[in-house]
Design a protein around this ligand. Structure first.
Ligand SMILES: NC(=O)C1=CN([C@@H]2O[C@H](COP(=O)(O)OP(=O)(O)OC[C@H]3O[C@@H](n4cnc5c(N)ncnc54)[C@H](O)[C@@H]3O)[C@@H](O)[C@H]2O)[C@@H](O)CC1
Ligand SMILES: Nc1ncnc2c1ncn2[C@@H]1O[C@H](COP(=O)(O)OP(=O)(O)O)[C@@H](O)[C@H]1O
Ligand SMILES: [K+]
Length: 505
C-alpha cells in the first residue's frame, strides 16, 4: 500500500466473516456472485501477467470452494491471453458448486489431480486453494504440497490470502504458502497485516470487484490499518499566534538516581512530538543525574506520591508518563494512583503496568473513577502480567480490545504488528516493518510521544495510533544502526512529511 493519505474508509479491515456479509449485501443489491468471481479472477490474471512474461507457464492450484473458482477464472483468462496454463484441482470437478462450478464449466483446458508430487516447473504458481473459507488446519498431502511449493523458489501469487493463513488472526493453520504477491478483494483483511500472516503475503493488492462501499455502514466496522489517513485530520498543528502553553505541558515521572535514562528518552520524545513544555518530576536523589543531561526539559522536585499529586494538581500539566525506569513495586503503584487522581491524560508504561500484576482491579477501578484518558503500552510480557487470562488468545485484535474494555484505557499491545484498541472497540493494526525498533528504550520513546500528542489535546485513540505510526516512520527513516536516542531526532522529518502531505491532500 502506498504512503500517501487515503480515505479512512479505504483503511477499514474486514474479517472473513464480515467479508462474507459484504459479498451477500452486494448480491442482494443485484450484483451476481458469478460477476464478483469473474471480476476477482480478472484481477488475479492481471497481476499474474505482471509477474509472468507473456506466453509463460502458469500453474494454477485450485481448491474446492470459491477461492478455487477465482483461480479457474484466472486460468481461463490467462490461457485466452496466450499463457500456457496447467490447472490442478483439489477434489473432483463434480463436487464444485455454485459460482465455482460455473467457472469450471467455462474452463476448456485439462484438469490435473492435485497432489504433493505434482510437477511444479512453472514461471508462476497461482495459489487459489483456500481463502476466506479456510475452516481447519492444512494437513497431509496438501500440507506437503505447500511445503514443496515454498521450497521450489518459484513466485507464488496468492488469491485473497496465502492458503493456510487465517484471515482473521494472521496465524498459520498447519502450513501456509509464502507468496510474492497477494490479490485480495474490496478491502484488506486483518490476517494480511497481523503476524505472521503479513510475512506470507508479499506485496498486497486490493482489487475492486464491484462490491459497493454502500455496504460498509451496515457492517459496523471498527478495525483499520494504522495509517495517516486515519488520524491526519486531527494531528495537532501549531497556531500561527499560538504560545507554548497552548501546546500543553507533559510531565514525565523519573526513576530513581540509577535509572533516569528511560524517563529522559520519554521526555525528549514528548518535546519532539510537539508538547509546548515538558517537565521531569524527580525525587531529590535523581536530580543531579537529570540536571547533567537535560536542557529544554525542566526538572520539578517531588517528594513521594504525595509530592507528585501536589505537582499534578496544577491542571495546566495535562499529560503525564509514568513507568519508564520506575521500578516494580508498591511505591510505583502509589505514584500511579497519584497520577490517576489528576486531570491529566496518563500514559502507563513498563513498570507502571507490571506493578499492578497482583492487583489489576485496583488499577482498573482507579481508571474508571476518572474522565481523562489513560493509555497502557504493554509488550506481550507486560500484557500477560496484567491480563493473564487474555494472553494466550490467538487473536491479537480481540485480546487487545478485551483488555481495553476491561481497563477502560487505550491499550497498545506492542510488537512488530502493534495493535491499538480503545474501550469502545475501535482498533488499528500497525503494518509498517521497522525491525530496527527492536532495541532498548524505544518503548520509552513511544510512551513520551503519546503523552506529547495527548498534551496537545489530540483525541486519545488517534494520538495512540499516530504515535505508533510516527515511531515506526522515524525508525524507517534512520534505518540500520538505530538506537532509541535517534528516534526523537527523526521526528522533525516525520512531521515535515506529514505536514506536506496534509497540504497536498
Ligand atoms: N463469496 C463471493 O461472492 C466471493 C468470493 N470470492 C472468493 O471466495 C473465497 C471464499 O470462498 P469459500 O467460502 O467457498 O471458501 P474457500 O474457497 O476459501 O474454501 C472453502 C472450501 O475449502 C475447504 N477447506 C477449508 N479448509 C480446508 C483445509 N484445511 N483442508 C482442506 N479443505 C479445506 C472447505 O471444505 C470448502 O470446500 C474468497 O477467499 C475469495 O477468493 C471471490 O470470488 C469474490 C466473491
Ligand atoms: N521487530 C520489530 N518491528 C517493529 N517494531 C518493533 C519490533 N520489536 C519491537 N518493536 C517496537 O519497539 C518498541 C519496544 O518497546 P519495549 O518492548 O517497551 O522496549 P523498551 O522497554 O526497551 O523501551 C515497541 O514500540 C515495539 O512495538
Ligand atoms: K489462496
Amino acid at each position: 500500500m502506498c504512503d500517501h493519505f487515503s480515505a479512512r474508509e479505504a483503511l477499514l479491515l474486514l474479517t472473513p466473516e464480515q467479508m462474507g456479509r459484504a459479498d451477500r449485501a452486494a448480491m442482494e443489491a443485484g450484483i451476481s456472485g458469478s460477476l464478483l468471481m469473474e471480476n476477482a479472477g480478472t484481477a488475479v490474471a492481471m497481476r499474474a501477467q505482471e509477474i509472468c512474461p507473456h506466453g509463460g507457464h502458469v500453474l494454477v492450484l485450485a481448491g474446492p470452494g470459491n477461492n478455487g473458482g477465482d483461480g479457474l477464472v484466472a486460468a481461463r483468462l490467462l490461457a485466452e491471453r496466450g499463457y500456457r496454463v496447467r490447472l490442478a484441482l483439489l477434489g473432483s470437478r463434480e463436487k464444485l458448486s455454485g459460482d465455482a462450478a460455473i467457472a469450471a464449466s467455462r474452463w476448456q483446458g485439462g484438469l490435473e489431480k492435485l497432489s504433493a508430487g505434482i510437477d511444479l516447473s512453472a514461471d508462476l504458481i497461482v495459489d487459489a486453494l483456500f481463502g476466506a473459507g479456510l475452516g481447519r488446519p492444512i494437513e497431509g498431502e496438501v500440507a506437503a504440497l505447500v511445503e514443496a511449493v515454498n521450497a521450489c523458489q518459484r513466485p507464488v501469487l496468492a488469491v485473497d490470502l496465502p492458503s493456510g493463513i487465517d484471515g482473521r488472526t494472521g496465524c498459520v493453520r498447519g502450513a501456509a504458502f509464502k507468496a510474492a504477491k497477494t490479490v485480495t478483494f474490496f478491502r484488506e483483511k486483518p490476517g494480511h497485516i497481523l503476524l505472521p500472516g503479513r510475512l506470507h503475503c508479499g506485496e498486497i493488492h486490493v482489487a475492486d470487484i464491484g462490491i459497493p462501499d454502500a455496504v460498509l455502514p451496515d457492517l459496523s466496522l471498527k478495525l483499520w490499518r494504522n495509517h495517516p489517513g486515519l488520524w491526519h485530520d486531527v494531528l495537532p498543528v501549531p497556531d500561527v499566534e499560538g504560545h507554548k502553553y497552548a501546546r500543553g505541558h507533559t510531565v514525565v515521572v523519573s526513576g530513581p538516581a540509577h535509572a533516569t535514562g528511560a524517563a529522559r528518552l520519554a521526555a525528549r520524545a514528548a518535546l519532539r512530538a510537539g508538547a509546548g513544555l515538558v517537565s521531569m518530576a524527580a525525587e531529590e536523589d535523581a536530580i543531579p543525574a537529570l540536571a547533567a543531561h537535560l536542557t529544554a526539559v525542566m526538572i520539578k522536585k517531588v517528594d513521594g506520591a504525595q509530592g507528585l499529586a501536589g505537582l499534578l494538581s496544577d491542571a495546566r500539566l495535562n499529560a503525564v508518563v509514568i513507568g519508564p525506569g520506575a521500578g516494580v513495586g508498591q511505591a510505583t503503584c502509589e505514584r500511579v494512583a497519584a497520577c490517576l487522581q489528576s486531570e491529566a491524560a496518563v500514559v502507563l508504561d513498563a513498570d507502571a503496568v507490571t506493578s499492578f500484576k497482583d492487583q489489576p482491579a485496583r488499577l482498573f477501578d482507579a481508571i474508571e473513577a476518572r474522565s481523562a484518558p489513560v493509555f497502557m503500552t504493554p509488550h506481550e510480557g507486560e500484557f500477560s502480567r496484567l491480563f493473564p487470562d487474555l494472553a494466550e488468545h490467538a487473536d491479537k485484535v480481540e485480546k487487545t480490545r478485551k483488555a481495553a474494555e476491561r481497563a477502560g484505557a487505550v491499550v497498545l499491545l506492542k510488537g512488530a504488528d502493534t495493535v491499538v484498541a480503545a474501550p469502545d472497540g475501535r482498533a488499528a493494526i500497525s503494518a509498517r516493518d521497522a525491525p530496527w525498533l527492536a532495541t532498548a528504550g524505544t518503548g520509552d520513546v513511544l510512551a513520551g510521544m503519546i503523552a506529547g500528542l495527548a498534551a496537545q489535546r489530540m483525541p486519545a485513540f488517534d494520538a495512540a495510533c499516530a504515535a505508533v505510526w510516527m515511531h515506526a516512520d522515524a525508525a524507517r527513516r534512520f534505518g540500520p544502526g538505530l538506537i532509541s536516542e535517534d528516534l526523537p531526532e527523526m521526528l522533525p522529518a516525520v512531521w515535515s512529511q506529514l505536514a506536506a502531505e496534509r497540504c497536498a491532500d
